[in-house]
Ligand binder design. Structure first.
Ligand SMILES: Nc1ncnc2c1ncn2[C@@H]1O[C@H](COP(=O)(O)OP(=O)(O)OP(=O)(O)O)[C@@H](O)[C@H]1O
Length: 259
């Protein structure tokens, strides 16, 4: 199965081109890395693949083959019923992903029951276990999102994803702004979801070290387009595009400074 995106174009206000004809494929059980400088359009590609582009930007063209269907990316209504168990977007801003008016426990339980994974009572009973799997105390079920740190909110989103077992998980900068221990923990959970649940995954990061550790294949974006893609090790060893070359030089400098 997996997912194929063809000809995705996203525009901003006044028709400004933000994503220009992106094609990509994520194989059923792989982790594809999507990397590139800030503002390249990575988050917009992620959002478009979940039918969740935030206005005023909107998709002008694009098709996505997923789950035996071809979705027209200009029509977000086509994602109805697919979000959650089909496509799960682990958002960069974990604050925006959670409802501020609902307790954590209720949100996780409702995500499971609304998606038909479990009956409401069963979902309530399962919530503590899912939170424990992501290292959160069961008592946090009664907390509201604003009472949690950014890392904890990321883990709440992951607990939902663990329960839903989406066929495609898109993780948009899941470790940005987290301390190194939390970063490693989140990456471990993502690997587990990919390996144990067989979720195809697209992992967005501007950190090549994260991409190298997680993704066998990578696509590099710049100014709204994919400029280079291929096996991560190969691409890092012999980058062709100037952007990738610059990124590799910066990475080597960083590593030399550390040594
Ligand atoms: N909802 C939106 N409406 C209008 N313009 C947007 C919207 N979201 C992003 N943009 C613009 O589109 C461009 C690409 O943004 P995007 O957030 O996709 O980049 P990115 O590669 O994910 O960057 P970062 O690594 O900083 O998150 C930027 O110039 C941004 O200002």
């Amino acid at each position: 199965m997996g997912v194929t995106v063809r000809g995705l174009c996203v525009e901003g206000p006044g028709g400004a081109p933000l994503v220009r004809g992106v094609d990509l494929r994520v194989e059923p059980t792989e982790i594809l890395g999507l990397v590139g400088p800030s503002g390249a359009g990575k988050s917009l590609v992620a959002a478009a693949m979940a039918g969740l582009i935030p206005p005023p930007a909107l998709a002008r063209a694009g098709r996505m083959d997923f789950d035996g269907r071809t979705l027209n990316m200009t029509d977000p209504r086509q994602w109805r019923g697919l979000r959650g168990r089909g496509v799960f977007l682990l958002m960069q801003s974990s604050a925006a992903a959670l409802d501020p008016t609902m307790t954590i426990g209720r949100q996780v339980a409702e995500a499971l029951s609304a998606n038909g994974v479990m009956a409401p009572k069963q979902a309530r009973d399962a919530t503590g276990g899912l939170l424990a799997q992501v290292g959160l105390e069961p008592g946090l079920q009664r907390a509201y999102p604003h009472q949690l740190s950014g890392g904890m909110r990321q883990r709440v989103q992951l607990a939902m994803a663990l329960g839903l077992r989406p066929r495609l998980l898109i993780a948009d900068e899941p470790t940005t702004g987290l301390d190194p221990i939390m970063q490693a923990e989140i990456l471990r959970l993502l690997r587990l979801m990919n390996a144990r649940h067989g979720s195809a995954m697209m992992l967005i990061s501007h950190d090549w070290r994260v991409i190298a550790a997680m993704a066998a294949r990578v696509a590099v974006m710049e100014r709204g387009a994919i400029v280079e893609s291929g096996p991560t090790a190969q691409l890092m060893a012999s980058p062709r595009h100037p952007t990738t070359r610059l990124a590799m030089a910066a990475l080597r400098e960083l590593e030399a400074a550390r040594a």
